[in-house]
Design a binder for this molecule. Structure first.
Ligand code: NAD
Length: 258
C-alpha cells in the first residue's frame, strides 16, 4: 500500500484529496492544526488507511514529528502533498514582520523542511506535490506575502524536479484559481465576487475541491510518471487569457457596479 502525507487535510482541498487517494487504496497521514477538523477524515478514509497528527506546521519540530509518525505506522512515504495554507492576504504596505514571517513559515519554510525530512524515506516512484496558487503566476491584488510564498514553492518545485528526478522522485505543483473552500467561503457569499470571477473565466463555472483533488490524484498516479517539474493550473483558463465575457464587456456590467 502506498502512503501519502497530506498537510491541511482536515478541510477543503486537503480533505477532498485525502478522499480521492484513499479511494485509490493509498494510506493517508492527515496533518493539520486543528484536531476537530482532522476528525473529518474519519468519514472519508477507512481506519486501516488513516493516521492523523494535529500539529502547527510552523513549529520547529513539526516536520520531524510528521515523518516519524508516517514511518512508524507504515515504514514508507510515497507521496507528500504540501497543502496547508492560510488566505486573506494583505498587500506589502499592510504586512507587518510577524505576518510576513508566519506566512512564509507556513507556506514555504514548512514545505521545504517537510520535503527535507521525507526525502530519505522516498523510493523511486515517489511524488511530491506542492499546492501553490494562480497568485504565484499572475499578479494578485493584495497578494503580498501569500504571493511570495506561493511563487517560492514553484522555484522549490523545479529545483526538486532536477535534483531528485534522477532518483525517480517527481515533484510538481498545482496552482488552483478561486475554489470554494473554508478559506474562501466568505467571498462566495458575495454575488459580486462570484459574478466577477464567472465573467473573467472562459470555462463557464467556478472551481471546486473535486477539480483540484482530481488533478493532485492524477499527478500522484503512475499515469503521470513522466510529469516532473510542472505547475498545473486549475482555474478554467482565468490566468491564461485576458478574457471577459460578453456581459463583462457590456455597459450593463458597468451600470450594475456603479
Ligand atoms: P482550507 O482553509 O480549507 O485548508 C487549509 C488547511 O490548512 C486547513 O485545514 C488548516 O487547518 C490548515 N492549516 C492552516 N494553518 C496551519 C498550520 N499552521 N499548521 C497546520 N495546518 C494548518 O483552504 P483550502 O482552500 O483547501 O486551501 C488549501 C491550499 O490551497 C492552501 O495552500 C491554499 O493557499 C491553496 N489555494 C486555495 C485556493 C482557494 O481558492 N481555495 C486558491 C489557490 C490556492
Amino acid at each position: 500500500m502506498q502512503v501519502a502525507i497530506i498537510t491541511g487535510a482536515g478541510s477543503g482541498i486537503g480533505l477532498g484529496t485525502a478522499e480521492k487517494l484513499a479511494a485509490a487504496g493509498i494510506a493517508v497521514l492527515g496533518v493539520g492544526r486543528d484536531a476537530d477538523k482532522l476528525a473529518q477524515l474519519d468519514h472519508v478514509v477507512p481506519p486501516e488507511q488513516l493516521a492523523t497528527l494535529p500539529v502547527d506546521l510552523t513549529d520547529d519540530d513539526a516536520p520531524r514529528r510528521v515523518i516519524d509518525l508516517a514511518v512508524e505506522r507504515w515504514g514508507q512515504i510515497d507521496i507528500l502533498i504540501n497543502n496547508a495554507g492560510i488566505g486573506k492576504p494583505k498587500p506589502v504596505h499592510e504586512t507587518d514582520d510577524a505576518t510576513l514571517d508566519y506566512v512564509l513559515a507556513l507556506m514555504l519554510r514548512a514545505p521545504f523542511r517537510l520535503i527535507r525530512e521525507a526525502l530519505p524515506h522516498m523510493r523511486a516512484g515517489s511524488a511530491v506535490i506542492n499546492i501553490s496558487s494562480t497568485y504565484a503566476i499572475v499578479g494578485g491584488i493584495r497578494g503580498g506575502a501569500y504571493s511570495a510564498a506561493k511563487a517560492g514553492l514553484l522555484g522549490l518545485t523545479t529545483h526538486m524536479a532536477v535534483q531528485y528526478g534522477p532518483q525517480g522522485i517527481r515533484c510538481n505543483a498545482v496552482a488552483p484559481g478561486v475554489i470554494n473552500t473554508p478559506m474562501t467561503e466568505d467571498n462566495f457569499e458575495s454575488e459580486t465576487f462570484k459574478k466577477m470571477n464567472d465573467h473573467m473565466t472562459p470555462y463557464p463555472r467556478l472551481g471546486t475541491v473535486e477539480d483540484v483533488a482530481s488533478t493532485i490524484a492524477f499527478l500522484c498516479s503512475p499515469g503521470a510518471e513522466l510529469i516532473n517539474g510542472q505547475t498545473i493550473v486549475v482555474d478554467g483558463g482565468w490566468s491564461s487569457t485576458k478574457y471577459l465575457s460578453d456581459f463583462g464587456r457590456s455597459s450593463k456590467w458597468v451600470a450594475a457596479e456603479s
